[in-house]
Design a protein around this ligand. Structure first.
Ligand SMILES: [Zn+2]
Length: 172
């Protein structure tokens, strides 16, 4: 079992084990929460952290870049934001809060591949149906963190999702 992150529009993808997927999301959550300033940026990081295998099940959190909650407007800004988040993860931003040492030999190539896919993404790939359906689910739950000012885990300083903290969940 594992998870695949793809950019089907460009015929590209990479696969990771379930454990490595959790590590990738942990480190992107740590750097992303620190860098996110706008609602759109915060929403993107919450969306990623919601790919929580402790809640959704192992091997069920792969995605295509087109499903991410992009906006037509400001697409290039969001791309730049993501590339900064990935680069900050490679600088080990927030890693002092991890209770395990990531295996950099496995993780860094995945961060590089994710960087490559995001770099190749163009506005015409956006899957508006997937984005709208995710936002719609969000609006149905008044307690959704997205509607409650983007609270963070007091221990890990990452955005909470409907499933709680991705890092806390990974420890149990
Ligand atoms: Zn936590």
């Amino acid at each position: 079992m594992g998870n695949i992150i793809s950019l089907d529009a460009a015929g590209r993808h990479f696969a990771m084990s379930n454990g490595l997927t959790s590590v990738l999301i942990d480190v992107l959550g740590l750097s992303g929460t620190r860098l996110a300033k706008t609602d759109t940026e915060k929403r993107m990081i919450v969306w990623l952290l919601e790919k929580d295998q402790s809640a959704a099940g192992g091997g069920t959190v792969g995605f295509d870049i087109c499903e991410m909650p992009w906006n037509d407007r400001g697409f290039d800004d969001m791309k730049r934001f993501w590339l900064c988040v990935i680069e900050a993860a490679k600088r080990r931003t927030g890693w002092e809060l991890l209770d395990y040492p990531p295996n950099e030999a496995l993780l860094f190539p995945c961060l590089d591949r994710f960087h490559e896919l995001i770099s190749m993404a163009e506005p015409d790939i956006i899957d508006h149906g997937a984005v709208e359906s995710w936002l719609c689910d969000t609006r149905e739950d008044p307690d959704d963190p997205i509607l409650c000012g983007y609270p963070q885990c007091p221990k890990h300083h990452v955005f909470l999702t409907v499933f709680g903290c991705h890092l806390c969940n990974g420890q149990s």
